[in-house]
Ligand binder design. Structure first.
Ligand SMILES: Cc1cc2nc3c(=O)[nH]c(=O)nc-3n(C[C@H](O)[C@H](O)[C@H](O)COP(=O)(O)OP(=O)(O)OC[C@H]3O[C@@H](n4cnc5c(N)ncnc54)[C@H](O)[C@@H]3O)c2cc1C
Length: 403
């Protein structure tokens, strides 16, 4: 059963794209996500013969990657369509939705660099190139995003990944944490690292690093409880040299660039986890009709009905905030407090709704035969992903007070 979407702003084109995405999510992402989730070894997820590569092929055949890269579309129309795409794909499998969306993360940064060779190599629409975003370090997670906190300026917090200028090149040494999504499969990293350590994390920069360069090493991918279809892995840099033209953002504007990136990243996350919450609600509604207790479907029992209504209300409220934020950000400067509010509310909603849905499944909710335990694991990761919700709350709490 698909509940009606009461968003009156969707165009005919949005509705057609939604239908296409829904079929892809139902017929491909959901079964493949389930299959990849069950693989014991995360290296199998990205193996040469993995079904993951077929998912990338089908995504591109549907032309969904073109919406992401389209700079000619009206920004508000594009934002609305991205809300639809993100929600629908993650309804199928959020790990795969993230892997697919993030694969193009590098493209606007490459465009911004103005480096023609990079553009030819990494932005050719005819070829699949995979990007990733490397910020988190083994010793610094929240530290790297805490630009409203005093620790962000503290040079004593020694970064794990440092770039230095050497003539007309930058030389990179150190490592990024195992949390880098697409880290093991990416062709290029948008690397957020430290260039002026004496300024602490404020002395950061953004450098584009092709990941086949000498000195780059990527050990085994990360094994984790949720979003197992999403590859994540460490990246080590040992005297990796890139031309100076690969530097997109220097320390003077780095905090603004980081805030802008986090703002748009959080807005995207909020859209993705509406899909997870909705998937949990849909499963629960179906199960409430099928499961008989006391001689009637459990959905007829008053407290199951009340629980379903609570879940429905949360999903609708989270979606409304998410879409409103996306439409605002499409045509206005970043407003990180709104993006964080949407991300935190949406990811908390996904976790709460998945947990409520699991309860409706009773014991079956705990069984791997049923979809609920996976949704709960997938949703749980989102409260840490792209910034712990608590740390994000500190940032937004500072901004709404004007500092
Ligand atoms: C599924 C997933 C995908 C991810 N993808 C990427 C990616 O693509 N690229 C990337 O670079 N990173 C990625 N990350 C990493 C993510 O951004 C970090 O995990 C996150 O920023 C938290 O860092 P940490 O795990 O080191 O936790 P820590 O920073 O060590 O936090 C531990 C605990 O301490 C609390 N805490 C920390 N500092 C403070 C403070 N100042 N005040 C109050 N409380 C505090 C936190 O809220 C948390 O509860 C991903 C993470 C996940 C789970």
């Amino acid at each position: 059963m698909q509940l009606p979407d009461i968003d009156i702003g969707l165009s005919e084109e949005d509705l057609a794209v939604r239908e296409t995405c829904h079929r892809f999510a139902r017929d491909v992402l959901r079964p493949v996500g389930r299959e990849l989730d069950r693989l014991q070894d995360p290296a199998q997820v990205i193996a040469r013969d993995s079904v993951l590569w077929d998912v990338f092929r089908q995504y591109r055949e549907l032309g969904l990657h073109e919406v992401f890269a389209d700079t000619t579309m009206d920004p508000a129309a594009r934002a609305r369509m991205m809300c639809v795409i993100n929600e629908e794909l993650s309804w199928g499998d959020v790990g795969l939705a993230i892997t697919l969306g993030l694969s193009q993360f590098h493209q606007p940064w490459v465009e911004q660099s103005g480096d023609a060779a990079l553009r030819t190599r990494f932005c050719d629409p005819a070829r699949l190139t995979i990007g990733c975003w490397g910020l988190t370090e083994p010793d610094h997670g929240s530290d790297t995003v805490s630009f409203t906190e005093p620790c962000f300026d503290d040079p004593k917090l020694r970064a794990n990944c440092i770039a230095r200028k050497d003539g007309d090149h930058y030389v990179i040494n150190g490592q990024k944490a195992a949390w880098v999504s697409n880290g093991s499969i990416a062709d290029i990293a948008v690397l957020f690292c430290t260039l002026e350590p004496e300024r602490g994390f404020r002395g950061g920069c953004v450098i584009l690093v092709p990941l086949d360069l000498p000195g780059v090493e990527r050990p085994r991918p990360l094994d984790k409880i949720g979003q197992r279809s999403l590859n994540q892995g460490q990246i080590f840099f040992s005297d990796v040299r890139v031309p100076a033209s690969h530097l997109v953002i220097g320390p003077d504007v780095y905090p603004f660039a980081l805030e802008g990136m986090l703002c748009h990243g959080n807005a995207g996350m909020s859209q993705l986890f509406i899909g997870v919450a909705r998937a949990a609600l849909d499963h629960a509604l179906e199960y409430a009709q099928e499961r008989i207790q006391g001689g009637v479907p459990i959905g007829r029992h008053q407290n199951v009905r009340a629980r379903l209504f609570r879940m429905f209300t949360k999903v609708e409220a989270a979606r409304a905030l998410t879409r409103r934020t996306a439409l605002y950000l499409a045509v206005n400067p970043p407003s990180i407090q709104h993006a964080i509010a949407a991300k935190v509310f949406s990811t908390n909603t996904a976790f709460e709704v998945a947990s409520e849905a699991l309860q409706i499944f009773g014991g079956n909710g705990l069984s791997r035969e049923y979809p609920m335990e996976k949704l709960l694991r997938d949703a749980r990761a989102s409260m840490i992903e792209d910034g712990c919700n608590e740390m994000l709350g500190l940032i937004a709490g500072a901004r709404i007070q004007g500092f």
